[in-house]
Design a protein around this ligand. Sequence first.
Ligand code: NAP
Length: 304
Amino acid sequence: MSALAPPPASRTLGASGIAISPLAWGMWRLAENGRGAGDAARLVHAALDAGITLLDTADIYGFDGTRGFGDAEALLGEVLASQPGLRGRMVLATKGGIRPPLPYDQSPGYLRSAIEASLRRLRTDTIDLYQIHRPDILAHPQEVARVLDDAVASGKVRALGVSNFSPSQIEALGHFLGHELAATQPEISPLRIDCFANGELDQALRLGLTPLAWSPLGGGRLLAPADGREQAVADVLDRVAGEHGVSRSVAAYGWLMVHPAGIVPIVGSQDAGRIAEAAQALGMRWTRQDWYAVLAAARGAPLP
Ligand code: NAP
């Protein structure tokens, strides 16, 4: 059985010209468990040392329902302030547009202030990728586009992305944007396969958007399957992982990475060893048969 093409060792973020690693590291959980700037620095180094240069955060990361808005960005900002050389080694992605308790706000005044606040907390002059975190149904995409275009024109943002947008919401925003969208960030994992059939990845292929997969291990559920379907997915991944001498989580990243849209899994672990281990996914060689076996298990039904 011939192997599918391996993921390229580096690629560009959409058509932005910004070189990125084929895996990203995410900081959703960074500001948990009392982690301080020292812990954050150790994890940033673990990612960079593993060749993972795309780092994903958001202004809302750290918010616990009451407080903590901005905490994950601020932690990373502390790391960047104490080790200024790190900034040039990473592609820094963040997000805004969720404003508790509203819950969403992409009105021009707020969105402009959110970009400024992220820059301040991150202690940087430029955000490499600014993403709208979830769509604000009450914001006209033309107004959102104007704020985003202005942010690029002023040099505060280098590339633009969206997260949790439907294909038609991406189309509407893209229609009004002067700068092309570079990335989209849906939830994708062997447990969450909607985007393989709902048009999101087809659109990414057509528009040249880089898909960044959030919760590539189902938020950790893949490591603790909760029902028969999840266990079946884990079993197929374990078989393929065993044949490659890698772990189930590495096999899950590898499974996502062979999709022709060039899916970039965002590793969510805050454990230095697990972040380093993720890079093994680049060495996997998937066969078409094994890839579809995972998909069939995830569907819970054979393919037609
Ligand atoms: P994930 O990789 O699906 O799950 C990570 C969780 O699994 C961590 O709590 C990790 O714990 C746990 N885990 C248990 N065993 C593991 C193993 N063997 N290897 C790796 N992890 C293991 O990712 P996620 O944290 O849910 O999300 C990843 C990133 O996606 C976030 O950081 C964020 O950047 C992005 N995200 C975006 C959105 C959005 O709306 N755009 C939403 C959610 C997430 P340990 O830390 O102890 O390893």
